[in-house]
Design a protein around this ligand. Structure first.
Ligand code: ARG
Length: 575
């Protein structure tokens, strides 16, 4: 149940009865200060302004009208017309017992297409792909939890001039009798080799260029080399997703090349509609909507003068497919902020060409860069790009040392399993807990700390509740008792628990994972405070109170594991 929604409904109803226009909402939010109550409604001020009334007077009239019997224990007007509400303890207890997850049963299910990860297959995945992959994955999980129909689209880069060079290089290796999987064992090294050949050997370079043309015209030999390359590269990506606990698999790959067949027809239509125009042999879409300061329209090339199509052309085709074949209500793109102009161009041109109807929401959710401690983009010691495979391995190694020092009795196998989850959890949480649009500094020591707003700290809170139940000799899964809210720390925890669905709703619409992280951190803090102040398994605690507190512990562990799962982070019985 969403407590905030319930309060909003009741207050709206009262406002409506007072003749206040429907678009004036009660604006309910969690109170910033406990002394002011649990929730605050600020809508009376704006409504009074609209109706030319005194805001405090209107607030009082709303109070007289509103029916919140059994829900609030006090409600009062404060300051210029705030309404402060304090939820009744008994209601909190009941609401907690009935807290089934809010889902889409009362709303129409939306089809949401989510474009995330999208690495370039020419090279190995590196840290530059991390943010899109884990932020997109979190939002996919959140929307699925809300009951939406989520379609993941991994728009991998498997096309373009680089592939001429790569397949020419592959042909050399195969010619020497080296099997493809061996030659491509280290994609990064392979790429460097091909690049060196291309730069230093004019004959090779010419050969590579010819292969681009042959590849694009569907030549069998080139296609077969290309396919071998792509297959191995995809395998590498799928392995990374699995190690990262990211829900992308083969079926979610819809590569750039998948749209090749559509491009010529699309260009023809854009030309017929006079949206794409000739410019020195190229086809260009001029977008006045995105004009610069001097009023010059933004130019989006959709076909080069040599006849080649571009990244933009493919994105237009992908947009059409998502809107018209997948029937998306919302299309979300998780791509680096540096591609903001590109996305705006795609959206504007797509709308103008009516590839999408106006009802479809197109959203580019951009993010900043992962920085090193030196304030520059995160690199290896020698200044190279950090491979994701190495980052994942390092996280597990670092976490293993930590787990071992905290828990010397564990065997190696257990340590490895725990370390894997803690390491990945730390990396993901450090990223997801920062405001997505900003750059952030990647710092191993900070993210692996067991104190503060970190992944391990939150994972540990869940483990702790598990061991509490073990100590009590109870099975947490089947345990159930009524929650009685009495102490202030119990109240604070109950209120935090009841905010879960509110937070999920906000994350689903705004796509900022840090909102969920801050909530989970706040919930953990409320739990720790409660746990200090309200003894659970102490002899002097009467059994009804003990049961009620155990119930609060159980609900905390459930919400925490659910929330962490939505972040793509696993929990474990021992840590
Ligand atoms: N492959 C692209 C890159 O590495 C990202 C693809 C993002 N998705 C899209 N529809 N453009 O920059």
């Amino acid at each position: 149940m969403v407590l905030k929604t319930l309060l909003e409904e009741r207050l709206s109803h009262a406002m409506e009865e007072l003749g206040i226009p429907k678009d004036c909402t009660p604006m309910v939010a969690v109170s910033a200060r406990v002394q002011n109550g649990d929730y605050q409604a600020n809508g009376a001020m704006a409504a009074a302004k609209r109706a030319g009334l005194n805001p405090r007077e209107l607030a009082h009239r709303i109070l007289e009208k509103v029916d919140l019997d059994g829900i609030v224990e006090s409600i009062e007007v404060a300051g210029p017309g705030f309404i402060n509400l304090r939820i009744c303890a008994k209601f909190l207890g009941t609401a907690l017992s009935n807290s089934t997850p809010e889902n889409s049963s009362t709303r129409a299910v939306q089809t949401v297409v989510i474009d995330y990860s999208g690495p370039n297959l020419a090279k190995e995945m590196h840290v530059g792909h991390l943010r899109s992959t884990i932020i997109g994955d979190c939002i996919a999980r959140v929307l699925e939890y809300r009951g939406e129909r989520v379609i993941r689209q991994n728009h991998v880069g498997d096309w373009g001039t680089q592939f001429g060079m790569l397949i020419a290089e592959l042909e050399l290796h195969l010619g020497k009798g080296e099997p493809a999987n061996l030659a491509l064992d280290d994609l990064e090294k392979f790429y460097q080799q091909a690049k060196r050949h291309f730069d230093e050997d004019p004959q090779f370079a010419e050969h590579a260029r010819a292969y681009v043309v042959r590849l694009q015209s569907g030549d069998d030999h080139c296609r077969s080399l290309w396919r071998q390359f792509i297959t191995i590269s995809i395998k590498h990506n799928l392995d990374i997703y699995q190690r990262l606990n990211v829900g992308l698999s083969e079926e979610h790959i819809k590569a750039e090349s998948a749209y090749n067949e559509q491009l010529a027809g699309l260009l023809q239509r854009l030309t017929d509609q006079q949206i794409a125009v000739d410019d020195q042999g190229a086809k260009v879409i001029y977008l006045d909507e995105l004009a610069d300061k001097k009023g010059r329209p933004s130019a989006m090339i959709v076909r080069k003068s040599d006849g080649g199509f571009l990244y933009s052309t493919t994105d237009l085709a992908a947009l059409e497919y998502r809107a018209q074949t997948l029937n998306a209500h919302r299309v979300l793109y998780f791509i680096d902020a540096r591609q903001s102009l590109h996305m705006q161009q795609v959206f504007c041109a797509g709308r103008r060409a009516e590839l999408v109807t106006s009802g479809v929401k197109l959203e580019h959710h951009a993010f900043g860069t992962m920085m090193g401690k030196d304030g520059k983009p995160f690199k290896t010691r020698s200044g190279g790009t950090v491979k994701l495979a190495d980052l994942i391995t390092e996280s597990a190694e670092r976490a293993a040392q930590l787990v071992q020092s905290k828990n010397p009795d564990l065997n190696d196998e257990d340590i490895a399993t725990i370390a894997r989850k803690v390491g990945i959890g730390a990396i993901k949480y450090a990223d997801l807990s920062k405001t997505r649009t900003q750059d952030y500094v990647f710092d191993w020591d900070e993210m692996l700390s067991f104190e503060g707003n970190t992944g391990p700290y939150l994972q540990y809170a869940v483990t702790r509740v598990g061991s509490l139940f073990k100590r009590a000799g109870l099975d947490m899964r089947t345990f159930a008792a009524p929650a009685r809210i009495d102490q202030p720390e119990e109240r604070a925890l109950a209120l935090a628990l009841l905010q879960f669905d509110d937070v999920i709703e906000q994350v689903a619409s705004e796509c900022y994972p840090h909102v969920l992280c801050s909530y989970l951190y706040g919930l953990t803090s409320a739990f720790m405070t409660f746990y200090e102040a309200c003894p659970v398994l102490k002899k002097e605690t009467p059994s009804a109170i003990q049961d009620s507190r155990l119930q609060l512990c159980k609900l905390t562990a459930e919400k925490m594991s659910c929330g962490l799962d939505l972040l793509g982070i696993e929990v474990m019985p021992t840590m």
